[in-house]
Design a protein around this ligand. Structure first.
Ligand code: BG6
Length: 500
């Protein structure tokens, strides 16, 4: 990809630019900063979406000089940036970065940070707009927010915003507790709870896509839709994250946040371009209408599973319980499938089937709408080979929209399903973190999870966590590299449906 010419950056500044600001990055030596956040800032910069002057202050326990930190940032861009890193313009970008050795539990660290922020604001003549990005262990979140408050760093003459990474709590009570603590220092509209699935371009464009395509809009008809299927399958296993993942499981790691956000975004059906507030209200209404999975439906509507050993891309991989750091008696779920119902007027009676898991046969996140068959064809007309019409929205790793229709094969005179696929031409899409960081800089919280959504998601999940804890739902298994447990197929087979 060709990035814009840096020399024209000043002239090209537009309303898309945020105001001058400081980004304070807690966890600047961590993996997320290296893989996602530095490249995101860089790509916003080369696309002229950063303010003319900005300051980035990285915080971490490891002592670095500014020079060493800037070299680390540069290495991360060269390794992980989605576009080429041109030498031109790179140095001014790196010059915006400073490093502060930091102990989150020590108030003296905050004093030092406050001075550095102020000094850079004066040097760069930027307003006291401060964006705090917390990419730290969950146990540090409330310590940091409370110290930010007492140290005076957030008493600014400009705006202040807080971006918080997941996990946002580990159950309903801890999420509520965390939220109360954050609220002592930040207002709800200053808190940006990041869910990177909401930053995926297809998810962000879902609403507009349907609005601008009357053909797609007409398919959004409850009389036509038979069911909706949302899949987020991964080939990776637990990797090096056992200490976190073995406590979280797929239910907390994926379902409580990403999957339920996808359900909300899919079920939104807005008659016209909506304001951020309307979207949030509608999402909350969907969560309120999401039918709880009661005890009597646990066995019929929910599958929890764990991967066994198997083969992925021709390579033998171990069972979850043999992964480094995982106890060999672990009862943790690495796969969840569920049948959901949204009890509102539009979605009444239309099942949403969701599934997510690690160590599956392929990496794919997609939403599939399956349409009902025509109730009656001609009386004596029984064509062979018909399959349901499908609308498939592929979210990642590639974006596309496909429509499955029935075509007649003239040589056999039988029908067979055929798929028309539309893809975007862009081979270099912005990354989720880029879009979300930009939104947060502009103060647009549409694609962040607000508290009510998060609370309702935990509320919906909570009885399931308790059922898992008490082993009221069997933990089944699936071979690594497979499409998931047979029980997940049976879950749909009862409704005479297949996973797509
Ligand atoms: C993260 C989870 O939030 O999302 C990971 O913690 C998971 O376990 C990841 O692998 C999946 O994200 P993506 O964008 O690769 O589908």
């Amino acid at each position: 990809m060709q990035f814009n010419n840096f020399s024209s950056q000043t002239e090209e500044h537009s309303e898309r630019n945020a105001q001058g600001m400081t980004v304070v990055l807690f966890g600047a030596t961590g993996d997320l900063a290296k893989r996602k956040l530095f490249p995101a800032l860089y790509n916003l910069y080369v696309e002229n979406k950063m303010p003319k002057a900005f300051s980035v202050i990285g915080l971490g326990r490891t002592p670095y000089t500014d020079d060493v930190f800037q070299t680390k940032v540069e290495q991360s861009l060269r390794t992980y940036s989605r576009g080429n890193v041109e030498d031109e313009g790179l140095q001014p970008f790196l010059n915006s970065f400073r490093y502060c050795t930091f102990d989150a539990t020590e108030i003296t660290s905050y004093k030092k940070l406050n001075e550095l922020i102020g000094q850079r604001e004066r040097e760069l003549a930027i307003p006291e707009n401060r964006l705090f990005y917390l990419s730290v262990a969950p146990s540090l979140i409330d310590v940091i927010t409370s110290n930010l408050n007492t140290s005076g760093i957030i008493q600014t003459s400009g705006w202040k915003r807080l971006i918080v990474e997941k996990p946002f709590g580990s159950d309903l009570a801890s999420a509520r507790d965390l939220n109360e603590k954050l609220r002592t220092a930040f207002h709800e509209d200053e808190i940006y709870r990041i869910d990177h699935y909401l930053g995926k371009p297809m998810v962000q464009n879902l609403e507009t896509l349907i609005l601008v395509n009357p053909v797609l809009d007409s398919l959004f008809n409850h009389k036509l839709i038979a069911n909706v299927q949302i899949t987020a399958s991964e080939t990776v296993g637990v990797e090096t994250r056992a200490p976190y993942y073995d406590k979280a499981g797929a239910i907390r790691d994926m379902v409580q946040n990403h999957m339920l956000q996808l359900v909300m975004m899919t079920a939104l059906h807005l008659p016209k371009k909506a304001q951020p507030e309307e979207i949030r209200t509608k999402k909350v209404e969907i969560m309120e209408a999401l039918r709880p999975i009661h005890e009597e439906n646990l066995q019929t509507d929910l599958i929890r599973a764990q991967y066994d050993k198997g083969e992925i891309f021709g390579i033998d991989v171990p069972a979850y319980r043999e992964e480094p750091g995982v106890p060999n008696s672990s009862m943790n779920d690495t796969y969840i499938a569920a049948r959901l119902f949204i009890d509102n007027e539009f979605w009444k009676g239309i099942p949403f089937y969701i599934r997510t898991g690690k160590r599956l046969d392929k990496k794919s996140t997609r939403i599939v709408f399956e349409f009902k068959e025509r109730p009656t064809l001609m009386e004596d007309y029984h064509p062979e080979g018909l399959a349901p019409n499908l609308l498939i929205l592929e979210i990642s790793p590639n974006e596309s929209i496909s429509l499955q229709v029935n075509m007649k094969d003239p040589s056999t005179n039988r029908f067979q399903p055929s798929t028309i696929t539309f893809t975007t031409n862009s081979s270099n899409q912005p990354e989720a973190y880029e879009l979300l960081l930009h939104d947060a800089m502009l103060g647009n919280a549409t694609f962040f999870a607000n508290w009510k959504e998060v609370e309702l998601s935990w509320q919906w999940i909570q009885p399931l966590l308790e059922a898992f804890e008490e082993n009221r739902l069997p933990l089944v298994s699936y071979a690594a590299g497979s499409t998931g447990p047979k029980e997940a197929k049976q879950l749909l087979a009862k409704d005479h449906v297949n996973w797509w």
